[in-house]
Design a protein around this ligand. Sequence first.
Ligand code: NAD
Ligand code: IPM
Ligand code: MN
Length: 357
Amino acid sequence: LMKKHILVVPGDGIGAEVTAVGKQVLETIAQKFGHEFTYDEALIGHVAIEATGAALPAETLEKMRAADAVLFGAVGHPKYDNDPSAKVRPEQGLLQMRKELGLYANLRPIKLFDELLSSSSIKPEILQGADILFFRELTGDVYFGEKTRSEDRSTASDLMIYHKYEVERIVRKAFEAARTRRKKLMSVDKANVLESSRLWREVVQALTPEYPDVEVEHQFIDAAAMLLIKDPKRFDVVVTGNLFGDILTDEASQIAGSMGMLASASVGDSTGVYEPIHGSAHDITGKGVANPLASVLSAALLLDISFGMKAEAEAVIAAVDAVLKEGYRTRDIADADTPADKLLGTSAMGEALLAKL
Ligand code: NAD
Ligand code: IPM
Ligand code: MN
């Protein structure tokens, strides 16, 4: 029996709808396995700006530091997407949280459930057996380098910058993970053009002799983007910078069938944060159709990584597998063969999952 305190940070848009299901799953697991989980909630993003003026209120950050793990939803609002001049933005809250908590490693597993082979736009024979684990660096790169704008506003820059220690720590994590999998590591960069990528590649090359059992491959970001769709099975563990990792993993979501299926774990120096890779999805907010499985699978990563609860995490994944086997689908993973009575909204999918648990 374990006692744990979980902070739920729903954020904006569909964040609230999907984390509600993720939390229900955590609570059901606690009851089933005899653990005691306590919960609290905090604001981030647009809802936090509206309530307090800050995208990441000090109170939220304090609660995050005090928690054993954070279940995170999403941030973002169309108001800011269409107003580039807004000074305080929801996304700043997310980035500040990652920086403040030292969450330098973002693990994004691309797991294709067999039942979803036909819901991807990629041919089943290309997809079958694909299983990739991305390590996206999360607190460096062009995201956090200096930003400038000339006085007449006609010139802008974002500094793409990496320090050796930042590359080393994420690359080591990726090597360690490769050892527990198929022992293949692909490092993705743009070393033919960018100095920061040449540093990245140097660091990977310097560490390679320490992991003689891992086969290392270097790819440029443009080629990697192509290979991901051409032959996803050649990928095992991928390590890359913040920006390239952001883009490649949205692309990779199509291997798993939908953005609504992709979970992630952001870990590093402090409390781990577990978040879908998708955003606030305002096109479907409030309609009750968002796929909650990315949040549910993020909850599974939380159990596994932050709490060391392997059996509990496996029970969650098995429940997801079971509802998909039963034919239940949210709109994003449905196809022409999905019967009307198997097409579920967010909370009905949650109910189906809880029944399996
Ligand atoms: P998005 O991920 O929110 O949506 C992209 C597409 O995927 C949309 O068509 C959406 O309906 C669909 N989708 C996403 N999640 C889904 C789910 N669970 N179920 C079903 N369909 C789903 O990306 P976007 O539209 O580029 O961005 C919207 C806002 O979200 C922006 O303000 C952006 O900054 C923000 N954003 C936040 C995060 C985050 O908080 N981690 C991530 C990405 C984008
Ligand atoms: C993500 C998002 C964020 C990112 C945005 C909203 C700042 O796209 O979590 O993948 O680019 O990291
Ligand atoms: Mn993204």
